[in-house]
Write a protein of this length. Structure first.
Length: 118
């Protein structure tokens, strides 16, 4: 009787390990950037378009509509902060936001664009 119970427990344990165990089934993905993709990225970054830069760098936390992300809403941020204050927050971070996500002309373009949101 003990042998039967022991066998059932062992088989169940092996079945569990087999079902939950994973191997290295990672597939190799091609992460190289094509010339067309590189041109598109360069065009977006060079354009200085605040909206495009925001969508590229900030919308994953703040939401594409400025208010549906997990970070604070930015749909009326211009009524609370000036362009210079927004640019300072972008440069230095605030609360849970890390510093330096954007810098230079990109930070200036996004700060100008957000300052218009009132």
């Amino acid at each position: 009787m003990k042998k039967l119970l022991y066998s059932i427990v062992c088989i169940a344990f092996l079945g569990f390990l087999t079902a939950c165990g994973g191997g290295n089934d990672e597939t190799e993905q091609d992460t190289t950037t094509t010339e067309e993709q590189a041109g598109d990225e360069q065009q977006t970054a060079d354009a200085g378009d605040g909206d495009a830069l925001f969508q590229q760098s900030c919308s994953s936390c703040h939401g594409g509509d400025l208010k549906s992300g997990g970070a604070p809403d930015l749909d009326k941020i211009g009524s609370k902060y000036s362009k210079d204050e927004i640019e300072e927050i972008i440069a230095n971070g605030k609360g849970g936001m890390p510093a330096g996500i954007l810098s230079g002309e990109d930070a200036d373009a996004v700060a100008s664009w957000l300052a218009e949101k009132k």
